[in-house]
Each structure stands twice: as C-alpha cells, then as structure tokens.
Write a protein that binds this ligand. Structure first.
Ligand code: ATP
Ligand code: MN
Ligand code: MN
Length: 308
C-alpha cells in the first residue's frame, strides 16, 4: 500500500502521553491532514466529546491506513488495545453477551486514534444499564435526490411533532448527508418500548406527510423522500457521537446545532476538523441543557401516537 506522508519522515510523536506512530501519515487524502493532526484535534475537543462517549459501549470505524485506504467497523476488543480503554460486557439481544470498549478519559481517546480510529459511534444506553436507553434518536436519511432545504424542513417537522407530544429535542449534524434529532430520556423503559415509541413518531410523520417522509427500508421506495430511521433505537444499535470526525471527504465532524442554525444555511458536513475550533470558541454549547432535559415517555404521548 502506498503511504502518503506530509513533510520529511517523522519519528513518533506524543499526544496526551500517548505515542503516535506514523504521525506524518496523510489520513484525509484531499487535504493534507495527518494522523498527528487527527490526534491533536481529539486532544483539543476532548472536553466536548468525552461526555458523549463516557460509559457507553462503542462501535469504532477504524482506518489503519487513513480514510481512503479502507475502513471497517470494529465492535469488540482486540488484544492490542491499551489498558486505558475500558471494557464492558453487555447483552447483545440474542441471549448472548459480548465485550465492548468504552472511552472514559483523554488517554483512552487518543489511544484509539493511535489505533487508527477515525469515527466514534455509541450505543443509546450506558454500560451499567445497557438494556435501558437514555436517548431516542431519529436518524433522518435523505434519498440522494432530496435537496438540503427538505432535509432541514424534515428535521423541523420532527421537532415540531415531538414538541406537540411534549418532548424537547436536540439537533446535530452527522458530518454526512442527513441530520440526527435526539430526545434525552430518563432511564427506565427498555428498548422495545423506546423503539415502539420512535416507530410511532416516524409512522405518524410518514402518514401525515407521505410526500416527504418514509419509514420503508426498501431503497426503491425512498426516492425523493427522507427515510426516518427509527431502528437506531434498538439494543446494540449505534449513532455517531457528537464531535466525532467522519472518515469522509473534507474531514467533517458531527456537530450539535442550535435549531435556528438550520435557517442560516448550515448543512450536515459544514463543520470539520479545520473550522470546529473557531465554532467552539465563538458559540455557546447548543446542547448545554441536554442532560438536564431528560424526559419520560408517557401514556398520554402514546395515546396521541396510537390515535393517529
Ligand atoms: P448520514 O447523515 O450520512 O446518514 P449517519 O451517521 O447517520 O450519516 P447512517 O448510514 O444513517 O449514517 O447510519 C446511522 C448510524 O448507524 C451510524 O452513525 C452508525 O452508528 C450506524 N451504522 C451505519 N452503518 C453501520 C455498519 N455498517 N455497521 C455498524 N453500524 C452502522
Ligand atoms: Mn443517517
Ligand atoms: Mn441511517
């Protein structure tokens, strides 16, 4: 495999106490971002991303040679992982259990970047109660022919309906094509309940506005529409974490947004490794109230969904 590097060959570098091998390896082909740049990005945003990773089983996208040389999801601990990465054994739904990784501190975060991780995805539950979700997520996936204005509108419609139900929701870019709308939950109910509720919301929207939304998995039925992927609300399902980079062109970063920012032309891949620092400096945290907004799914809400 051809290795692109930036500048003269460098010896190992150290970030947050972790030795970074191949620091000058280019990990984003179109730019000149190196593995060391990526490690420094995560060091800089550690205080922002760690609360979203802490105590959650992870699914990682690893790209050992950089984003253009092939990436794969890795869910389970390998032998080579450093001690700083925590392990948790959780049920996988088929009566089995498996050991997942968790990142709880800066050293573990940088260790995984050293390990070739370019995306951090988390469960919607914490390791100490893996069968009790603490968020709902509506993963809005536009068909390729859907213009951004409609994606934006779909997120606003989702928010509006959740508000009608009495639920406050939070928005983030994915760094890709769509948006994620999240509802922080008080833990208690299990995944079946959460999924049934999310499905009810998705099917309500698809029934009310069938020209915009679909809940049908078949790609052939999605043309011109936005697929509301409620199946993210399942045991073991993951979503990209806020402030995770994506192994996609332009080094985009999944970023929490204020709802109003949708009106200012911010698209899903707007924020990236280069411009995120300025945003963090200049803008308050749109999710400052995420944790204090944990909500319960009530019978009254379910009645609205089943009456529809
Ligand atoms: P986009 O906005 O482009 O849709 P996304 O992150 O929402 O970006 P999706 O393909 O909709 O991408 O996937 C939603 C989530 O499902 C991902 O964030 C990821 O956590 C999980 N996921 C998707 N594909 C896989 C896969 N092959 N293996 C494991 N998890 C996956
Ligand atoms: Mn998506
Ligand atoms: Mn999806």
């Amino acid at each position: 495999v051809e290795q692109r590097t930036k500048g003269p060959a460098r010896t190992d570098d150290v970030v947050a106490g972790v030795t970074i091998t191949h620091p000058s390896r280019i990990v984003y082909a179109e730019g000149d971002l190196t593995k060391l740049d990526l490690a420094r990005y995560y060091e800089r945003v550690a205080n922002h991303i760690l609360p979203h990773l802490k105590n959650r089983p992870l699914s990682l996208v690893r790209c050992p040679q950089g984003a253009t040389h092939g990436c794969f999801f890795q869910k389970h601990l390998g032998d080579a992982l450093p001690d700083s990465v925590n392990a948790v054994t959780v049920p996988t739904g088929d009566g089995e259990s498996a050991t997942y990784m968790m990142v709880n501190d800066l050293e573990a975060l940088i260790s995984l970047v050293q390990f070739g991780v370019m995306e951090f995805h988390t469960w919607g539950a914490r390791g100490n109660a893996p069968t009790q979700p603490d968020r709902l997520i509506f993963d809005l996936d536009p068909a390729p022919d859907v213009p951004w204005a409609r994606v934006r509108e779909a997120a606003q419609l989702t928010r509006g309906f959740l508000e009608e139900l009495g639920l406050r929701s939070f928005l983030k870019t994915t760094g890709g094509k769509g948006l994620h709308v999240e509802v922080p939950l008080v833990r208690g109910p299990g995944w079946n309940e959460a999924k049934a509720f999310a499905r009810g919301v998705a099917e309500h929207l698809a029934a009310e506005i069938p020209q915009r939304f679909t809940t049908k998995l078949a790609k052939s039925r999605r043309g011109g529409k936005i697929f509301i992927d409620y199946l993210r609300n399942s045991l073991g399902a993951t979503a990209v974490a806020a402030f995770s980079t994506r192994a996609r062109p332009g080094a985009p970063v999944a970023t929490p947004l204020f709802w109003e920012e949708l009106d200012h032309g911010i698209e899903s891949a707007h924020f990236n490794i280069d411009n995120l620092a300025a945003r963090l400096r200049d803008t308050d945290d749109p999710w400052a109230e995420y944790d204090s907004s944990r909500q319960r799914l009530t019978t009254a809400m379910r009645d609205v969904l089943t009456d529809a």
